[in-house]
Write a protein that binds this ligand. Structure first.
Ligand SMILES: Cc1ncc(COP(=O)(O)O)c(C=O)c1O
Length: 398
């Protein structure tokens, strides 16, 4: 199916106002998403929050089918969380760790994940081991296999990191995890909605993602996947009356299902918005949108590579819609602020969010242009022209 870009842009009011290359930060929603959220809030205000929810129960439940369809899961394997970090934490802290257990991870982990690996190290005495990557950022899978022992309890991997165009070979890592019967957690915060993600092909036990980025949903929502067969081995870090039943002064009972990760109270307005965003993407087909993202990001990389003073800083053999670069002699934040004045949204990726990778590469910050399918070649040409002009201006002052 070919995408009707004009229609897609007309569906997205933000495209009329800004040139948005910050989709890995927070993308622009479609009008339908914004409308359903505001309509539902109006109904809550006029009819009562609980009363409206009862009426909308069926539509609310559609969320689970849409999320499940997108990643090829069962709808009883999907739970709503507040964001991707919340999801990763709920998963990490529901695993029954013993001192000496090993968590194998990668060089490109996101801060909020790695900080919690360190917390488990501090509190439970686990050992965190990092699987090295080669000079170009490709994970050394042979080395990963060599690092496997009976002590390895979890392989935790970032699918697409925040600070480069790299795509981790999730299916190959899944094969290793499966072969050795080790739990596999995929931080798919930047990948779901961006590239095709199929939990059955990847063979992960857990996945966590967020609404506001490539899924184009509202802020403050995310979802996790947990393989049904794994649930009985988990103990949620906190209890909620969704699945925990308070019997008396000393006892409770717990249902063993995916809802152990959910809380009773949530924003149904946002949930409906998230559901709309998912169904919009399912209708377009992520295979189609991914092709367009690949086309545009390849074009952007080639344009940047031909421009004096610019270095593309992406790593890895497989690359995605996140394009990172640095401009000689210019601080990344300065450049991003200058572009903002021209109505072009970019972001910086700074050391603190991916310490291991940034230190390995001697980087303190990079500019990040994250492409979505609604972007255009013309927008990319404007971006490259403005970056070039800014570089020439700064050089002329030196
Ligand atoms: C790779 C990666 N993982 C996890 C997160 C955390 O996502 P959230 O802010 O939704 O918790 C981010 C956020 O940028 C990220 O880029």
């Amino acid at each position: 199916m070919s995408l009707d870009i004009e229609k897609l842009r007309a569906d997205t009011p933000g495209t009329q106002a800004v040139i948005h290359f910050n989709n890995a930060g927070c993308s622009l929603p479609v009008k339908e998403t914004i409308d359903i959220i505001t309509e539902y809030l109006q109904l809550e205000a006029t009819l009562g929050g609980y009363e409206v929810k009862n009426k909308y129960e069926n539509i609310i439940n559609d969320f689970y089918s849409e999320a499940a369809e997108l990643i090829n899961a069962g709808k009883d394997e999907i739970a709503i969380v507040s964001n991707a970090s919340d999801g990763v934490n709920k998963i990490l802290h529901s695993i029954q760790w013993k001192a000496g257990d090993v968590l194998l991870t990668t060089e490109v982990e996101y801060g909020n994940c790695y900080l919690n690996y360190l917390k488990l190290k501090e509190e439970k005495g686990i050992i965190v081991k990092i699987v090295p990557s080669d000079h170009d950022g490709n994970i050394l899978l042979k080395k990963m296999e060599e690092m496997i022992s009976s002590k390895v309890k979890l392989i935790a991997v970032t699918h697409i990191p925040t600070n480069s165009g790299l795509i981790m070979p999730a299916e190959k890592i899944g094969n290793i995890a499966k072969k050795h019967n080790i739990l596999f957690l995929l931080d798919a915060c930047q990948s779901v909605g961006h590239i095709p993600v199929d939990v059955k092909k990847i063979q992960c036990d857990f996945l966590s993602t967020t609404s506001r980025k490539y899924l184009r949903g509202p802020r403050g929502m995310g979802f996790i996947y947990a393989r049904k067969e794994i649930l009985e081995k988990l103990k949620p870090s906190t209890l909620d009356m969704v699945t925990a039943h308070w019997k008396d002064a000393d006892n409770y009972a717990l249902d063993c299902n995916i809802k152990i990760f959910e809380q009773w109270e949530k924003s149904y307005a946002l949930l409906l918005g998230f559901s709309k965003a998912l169904s919009y993407l399912n209708n377009l087909g992520v295979e189609n949108t991914w092709k367009r993202i690949q086309y545009l990001s390849t074009y952007l990389r080639s344009q940047l590579e031909q421009t004096g003073g610019i270095e593309v800083t992406d790593i890895g053999k497989e690359q995605c819609g996140i394009v990172t670069f640095s401009v000689a002699g210019i601080d990344s934040e300065k450049l991003v602020n200058a572009l903002l004045k021209h109505g072009i949204n970019l972001s910086t990726s700074l050391r603190f969010s991916t310490v291991l990778d940034m230190d390995k590469r001697g980087l303190t910050g990079v500019c990040r242009a994250s492409i979505h399918y609604f972007n255009t070649k013309e927008e990319i040409d404007i971006l490259v022209e403005k970056v070039e002009q800014f570089f020439e201006f700064v050089m002329s002052k030196k």
